[in-house]
Design a protein around this ligand. Structure first.
Ligand code: CDP
Length: 228
């Protein structure tokens, strides 16, 4: 299935770690009455399960098997906050743990893991009227999506934002450590052969370094309404 076959529009939001994709995508979906699909949460859930079960993070076969036996459900709370249920358990608050941050890009680098994730993502977006955020949404998952955005920001800004997110969850990490973690994860995500982090040629690029969330949301809505 591609976006042409979906019942309604798909808005793809890609970009590197900490560019604000999930906050912005959730808000855009809310404003338009669309669904929101956080594909990063799906990869994070698999990484969490691999860590919890002691799976070998280098073993593609083992990770694919683990994913195949994993039930993942994403639900939205009023206000658009997404909750992630893995095998019936709410794991939302565990997905942003530092250990998951450190493991997720490795898990997401395997072609067969991505194949299965992309298959699920296309199924979830079948009805259209959805905002989907990730790394390869505009290039690989929905290359026909009529609306594509690529959010960027300086590394310092992204590290600072991530620090604030983590502080709200009770983790205190200095910005230099976070900048290094983000830089490393971006490098892995951009270098992998399957579904790399890449800007689609037809994506609208928004540098959010000096922008408030409201302004980024407004810009996406402006482009959407102009073209819809
Ligand atoms: O919020 P942040 O941008 O830090 O990360 P995320 O969107 O939750 O994604 C976490 C990780 O999942 C990324 O670093 C990628 O390794 C992987 N991912 C991916 O490979 N493909 C996607 N479509 C989404 C996420």
């Amino acid at each position: 299935m591609n976006a042409d076959e979906a019942a309604g529009p798909i808005i793809a939001v890609d970009g590197p770690a900490g560019a604000g994709k999930s906050t912005v995508a959730r808000r855009v979906a809310d404003a338009l009455g669309f669904l929101y699909l956080d594909t990063g949460a799906m990869y994070r859930a698999l990484a969490l399960k691999a860590l919890a079960t002691g799976a070998d993070l280098r073993d593609e076969e083992a990770l694919v098997r683990l994913l195949q036996e994993t039930d993942l459900v994403l639900t939205a709370e009023p206000g658009g906050q997404v909750r992630v249920w893995m095998d019936g358990q709410d794991v939302t608050d565990e997905l942003r743990r530092p250990a998951v941050n450190a493991a997720v890009s490795q898990v997401a680098g395997f072609g067969r893991v991505r194949e299965e994730m992309v298959r699920r993502q296309r199924g979830l977006a079948r009805g259209g009227r959805i905002v989907v955020d990730g790394r390869d949404i505009g290039t690989n998952v929905f290359p026909q999506a009529p609306f594509k955005f690529f959010l960027t920001a300086s590394l310092e800004t992204r590290a600072r934002r991530r620090q604030q997110d983590l502080a709200r969850m009770g983790y205190h990490v200095d910005t230099a450590t976070l900048a290094e973690e983000i830089r490393h994860r971006d490098a892995l995500d951009a270098a992998r052969p399957y579904g790399p982090l890449r800007q689609a040629p037809d994506a609208v690029v928004i540098d959010t370094t000096d922008m408030e969330v409201d302004a980024v949301v407004a810009e996406i809505l402006r482009v959407y309404r102009q073209r819809a």
